[in-house]
Write a protein that binds this ligand. Structure first.
Ligand code: FEH
Ligand code: ZN
Length: 356
């Protein structure tokens, strides 16, 4: 069987759109027919060489770590208890640990030092068929609006801010009377705003972005306020924050862009005992003033992707119709142009490849 695949043969060059042999599933694998492959900014960064020192995989690489589709073949050693049959709609948990380290044993396979990520090696969602170990598939009945093009973004864009907000909530930084900012309203932030309302126990939610179009998505998704921070200094943003919320400070920030300026702004606006959770990946380093970090007891969380159980919670929210989705469907032959658009920040919500 042949399949379409968009593959990397080197850094900083367009993906090659090819027709190659579809892989056969190994004994413990299921062959997933990809119905939706989210296009993440991380995919652009992969092609651009952001990970070139950390990746020891050979070319060609098929990007795509945000995948949903249907079961197309079941390996001989997949147990019946997995409950997977041809035609089932499934979501792929894209981070596969070695099962031997503390992080894997506590369920955080996304933190495994020897883990493998879909889309960072031979197979990824930018190909029509993807072999996946049965342990990393979650069956999702094809009910309502939950089709693979809507489900795929939940495995990263919808998962990553969720884990970050859980950290802020668990550490006591959210609640009524608090001000929570969602910084960066791209693929992650469009979900982050929704979780900010769902998980924060009544906090005032403020969206920060650099475009009015994206801020409209934030308001449509439940943000109480929106501030366009493009070309504004910290004092100007502080003044707008005070006029909107009555307070010139933030108690918590979920930072979804990863931009160094956005992180500096977050710390500049933080109230005493405030917390920032960085979930976005673009920048390389930030400089944070040390005295206020200590004297005002700030907390800075790194939060990466999400674990399997975080994903099951996100899917439960989606199944209950509690999440809105902003998806731009992309044809296979538009993949390279779409990666360029992602790099410019020109995509609203999440771009998803569909193999129509
Ligand atoms: C995913 C896979 C590998 C590196 C970074 C990512 C982010 O998109 C997680 O949100
Ligand atoms: Zn991603």
């Amino acid at each position: 069987m042949k399949m379409r695949a968009a593959r990397m043969y080197g850094y900083k060059q367009p993906l090659r759109l090819e027709e190659i042999d579809a892989p056969a599933p190994g004994p413990e694998e299921v062959l997933v027919r990809v119905g939706g492959a989210g296009m993440c900014r991380t995919d652009f960064q992969l092609v651009d060489g952001y990970f070139d020192t950390g990746l020891d995989v050979g070319f060609p690489i098929t990007p795509g770590h945000e995948v949903a589709g249907w079961v197309d073949g079941v390996g001989s050693a997949v147990p019946k208890t997995a409950g997977l049959s041809e035609g089932d709609q499934v979501v792929v948990f894209g981070s596969w640990g070695d099962g031997a380290c503390r992080q894997c044993h506590e369920g955080n396979e996304q933190l495994c030092a020897h883990g493998v990520w879909a889309g960072f090696g031979r197979h990824g969602g930018y190909q029509e068929y993807l072999p996946v170990n049965y342990r990393y598939l979650i069956k999702m009945p094809g009910t309502g609006n939950l089709s693979p093009d809507t489900l795929a973004p939940l495995t990263d864009a919808g998962l990553t801010p969720y884990r970050g907000l859980k950290k802020l909530r668990a550490a006591g930084h959210l609640g009524a009377g608090r001000t929570l900012a969602v910084s960066g309203i791209g693929g992650l932030g469009s979900y982050g705003v929704q979780y900010a309302k769902l998980l924060s126990g009544g906090a005032d939610v403020v969206a920060f972005a650099r475009s009015d179009e994206k801020l409209k998505i934030a308001l449509d998704n439940g943000a109480d306020h929106a501030i366009n921070v493009r070309d504004k200094n910290h004092d100007t943003v502080r003044g707008e924050l005070e006029s909107l919320t009555g307070r010139p400070q933030l108690d918590a920030v979920i930072e979804c862009a990863g931009s160094e300026d956005a992180i500096r702004l977050a710390f500049a606006l933080l109230a005493a005992e405030g917390a920032v959770a960085s979930v976005g990946l673009i920048g390389n380093r930030v400089d944070i003033p040390l005295f206020p970090l200590v004297a005002r007891e700030y907390t800075y969380f790194g939060s990466f992707w999400g674990n399997y159980n975080d994903l099951t919670e996100v899917l439960a929210l989606a199944s209950a119709g509690k999440i809105k989705h902003t998806v731009t469907r992309v044809r296979f032959d538009e993949v390279n142009e779409t990666l360029d658009a992602i790099a410019r920040g020109d995509v609203l919500g999440r771009a998803v490849i569909v193999y129509d």
